[in-house]
Write a protein that binds this ligand. Structure first.
Ligand SMILES: [Zn+2]
Length: 208
């Protein structure tokens, strides 16, 4: 039996980031919430698509540019249909793309709330002494890696940092100080728990 329990966590931000827009109706920077609707504008062969946001206080609108002056020929018909029908999966894909939103709006506010879907890939909690985690992130999150691991594994953050100091916890490809940084897609975390009394409880939590 494998001595390492391998699991994949798919992390989905629960609350969409909000752009902070200098509202020309209220005056001053205000968060704008996603209206979950696209606006598709066809001007001859040129297509523009925006995701519409509204000021939380006055309902003024702001357009998040999704496609800009694109030739209709270059857009997959299925994509255009999805955008025109406000397909929730596409709304989510753009609304949770914090990097693109920050790029367009300048300032955004993000929320650390996430849902975590855990899959066991190999091994069993009772027989293993180490944990290997693959992290997948849908979108972006400000949630720090140590907070994610502490919350999901039932370990204190000071314990995680102590494991890190003794090289019993490693993170690839980020390495040093990765625990204090926001979770990113593609991180691989390895924790050696051999000899620790709570080993099987931690490993059970990793896939439950
Ligand atoms: Zn406003």
């Amino acid at each position: 039996m494998s001595r390492t329990l391998c699991a994949r966590w798919t992390i989905a931000p629960a609350i969409a980031p909000r752009p902070l827009i200098n509202c020309n109706r209220c005056g001053g920077f205000k968060p704008y919430r996603c209206g979950e609707k696209f606006r598709v504008n066809a001007n001859g062969k040129r297509i523009d698509v925006w995701l519409i946001y509204r000021c939380v206080d006055c309902d003024n609108s702001w357009n998040f540019t999704v496609l800009e002056r694109r030739n209709r020929r270059d857009i997959e018909p299925a994509l255009l249909t999805a955008l025109e029908s406000n397909d929730p999966a596409f709304v989510r894909r753009y609304a949770f793309d914090g990097a693109m939103l920050r790029n367009r709006a300048g300032r955004i506010e993000e929320f650390p709330d996430v849902t975590v879907r855990k899959e066991l890939l190999d091994g069993e909690p009772s027989g293993a002494a180490a944990l290997a985690l693959e992290l997948r992130l849908e979108g972006t999150t400000p949630l720090r890696l140590d907070r994610l691991l502490a919350g999901e594994l039932g370990l204190s953050r000071s314990r995680l940092h102590a494991l890190d100091d003794r090289k019993r916890l490693t993170v690839e490809p980020d390495g040093a100080r990765a625990l204090r940084k926001p979770v990113r897609d593609g991180l691989a975390v390895r924790i050696d728990l051999a000899g620790d009394a709570d080993c099987s409880a931690v490993l059970s939590a990793a896939c439950r």
